[in-house]
Design a protein around this ligand. Structure first.
Ligand SMILES: [Mn+2]
Length: 314
């Protein structure tokens, strides 16, 4: 499945790795993992990682991005990882590359590159990159294994989400042949400061229900200013406080930002992706996101989610 990408890597001396903006563990893990797979097997190639900073995943080793001049693209292969749409790619210079490739596990939105491997059967892009290494008979260094394992853990919700399959565990087992300090990893990923625990308590208190039992939280720009927190911490970071509530299958976190209202949609059973797509977003069947222009639009999305929750009960 990866023959064309493997060939493209062989044919290029410079490889530039892209992924989506506001990177999560899977975006960074696949980027760092791919970099170190290439360097382990072709030590004389130049491999660069580009994009916005690692943020809360800065604990990951080698997660600092490279400064790459435009001129580096001329002879390069650009590989876009873990990204479903062009607009989401961090560092939009990838079309300047001599050749382009993409590896992704999101629901297909549009073609991005010349050589594409997209497969929603994988819980994470890191799983796909691991499969690439296994299938191609490539050596995987300890750092690559640790990075890829991190992305598998974060995108599978600690091996809990539906997308977790026998294949997930088979590839995780392959990576675990290298020494990976899972205690340190899980502490870095899931231990919270007391202030974060208190922030969660505040958001638990804000949970509301629609008539048909969809849960939601709405945070205004004024509240955001008072909280002095970034959008990611609130939008992605707090949507989880609504998970695992009995009788609630659909939940959404609305966060006002200067650019619009960030919407994080989640579900336990239903496919909420079409509603995210209807409002210009995307993602997965049970975890999607969108940014809508204003509160009125956000409330229309909430009405759609409420209707879906109602139809499920009927
Ligand atoms: Mn991913």
């Amino acid at each position: 499945m990866f023959e064309r990408i493997l060939q493209a890597i062989r044919e290029h001396q410079t490889i530039i790795l892209h992924r989506h903006r506001s990177p999560d563990g899977d975006a960074l893990g696949s980027q760092i993992g791919m970099k170190h797979i290439i360097l382990e097997n072709w030590p004389d190639k130049r491999v660069y990682m580009v994009g916005d900073p690692a943020g809360r995943y800065a604990f990951m080793r080698d997660s600092v991005m490279d400064e790459v001049p435009d001129s580096a693209y001329a002879d390069a292969l650009a590989i876009v990882l873990d990204t479903s749409a062009k607009a989401l790619i961090s560092d939009d210079r990838y079309p300047m590359a001599h050749e382009t490739a993409r590896i992704d596990h999101h629901i297909f939105v549009e073609r991005i590159a010349e050589h594409e491997v997209t497969d929603t059967g994988y819980e994470s892009c890191c799983g796909l990159v691991t499969q690439f290494a296994v299938e191609s008979g490539l050596r995987v260094s300890q750092l690559a294994a640790e990075s890829l394992f991190t992305g598998m853990v974060t995108d599978s919700g600690r091996f809990r989400y539906d997308a977790t399959t026998a294949q997930t565990f088979r590839l995780a087992a392959f990576l675990m042949q290298q020494p990976i300090d899972t205690n340190a990893l899980y502490r870095n990923l899931y231990a919270s400061d007391l202030s974060q625990v208190k922030l969660k308590a505040h958001f638990v208190d804000k949970i509301q229900l629609t008539p048909h039992g969809a849960a939601y939280i709405y945070t205004t720009l004024e509240e955001m200013k008072a909280l002095n927190a970034d959008t990611f911490t609130i939008s992605r970071g707090m949507v989880g406080v609504m998970a695992d509530i009995k009788g609630v299958d659909i939940w959404v976190n609305f966060t006002e930002t200067p650019e619009g209202v960030a919407c994080e949609l989640r579900s336990g059973e239903q496919n909420i992706n079409p509603i995210a797509v209807k409002y210009g977003g995307g993602g997965h069947a049970k975890a999607s996101g969108a940014t809508v222009p204003d509160r009125e639009t956000a409330l229309r999305m909430l009405a759609d989610l409420d209707e879906m929750a109602g139809a499920a009960h009927a």
